[in-house]
Design a protein around this ligand. Structure first.
Ligand code: FES
Length: 213
């Protein structure tokens, strides 16, 4: 049996497949439990996927559910819906203030040209009963890359010296605020989309807003 070569070590086929398994598991974990936080480390949050439907249902566009009550202020988690990452970001009071500070720099501050349900067409692009919680498709509206979260308030090489936090798209440099609203003079021209959603106790249902109060 031919040996494979990984780094400086010769390993057998069986060992190689174990290495590949571990790499694959890490990749899956990275997708389903991605998170960001301001000012400190939070534990990875696998709970966001524990209530999700089967792979087949997800591919068909079925709603997904997550226990949003465990998301801490300043923390962001991602869930997958219709093959797209959906950001759940619980914003701090400082982050909410920043939404007003950057208003004049935005291309579509009132979300008139952007996609969101009517109940999220407001400055924070969120439900009035949970204004801190941003629920947003993490997909750049230019050509579909995944913007990187820039949650810290303060100077940032991509977001600028007076950054109030936001999202930066590494593909062509589009910038968005912490409500997913796009800045002026970048390639993207509309805000990142907000999917339909509703709450059921501690659970958020993404992809379905029927029966919403
Ligand atoms: S895809 Fe995001 S800036 Fe082009």
């Amino acid at each position: 049996m031919a040996d494979n070569h990984v780094g400086d070590a010769n390993v057998s086929d069986a060992e190689q497949s174990t290495v590949e398994d571990i790499k694959r598991r890490r990749f899956i974990t990275g997708i389903t439990a991605g998170f960001g936080a301001v000012g400190g480390a939070f534990a990875v949050t696998p709970f966001v996927m524990s209530m999700s439907p089967s792979e087949r249902a997800k591919n068909a566009g079925a709603p997904v559910q997550a226990d949003y009550s465990k998301i801490q202020p300043g923390q962001m988690v991602k869930v997958e819906w219709r093959g797209k990452p959906v950001v759940l970001l619980k914003r701090t009071p400082e982050m909410m203030e920043g939404l007003n500070i950057v208003r004049d720099k935005l291309a579509d501050a009132d979300s008139n040209s952007s996609v969101q349900p009517e109940y999220a067409k407001n400055d924070s692009r969120s439900d009035a009963n949970n204004p801190d919680l941003l629920v947003m498709e993490g997909v750049c509206t230019h050509l579909g890359c995944s913007p990187v979260e820039k949650l810290a308030i303060g100077p940032d090489p991509q977001m600028g010296d007076d950054s109030q936090g936001g999202f930066f798209c590494p593909c062509h440099g589009s910038k968005f605020d912490l409500a997913g609203r796009v800045y002026k003079n970048v390639p993207a021209t509309t805000n990142m989309a907000v999917p339909p959603f509703k709450f059921d106790g501690d659970v958020i249902v993404i992809g379905d807003d029927e029966g919403r109060a």
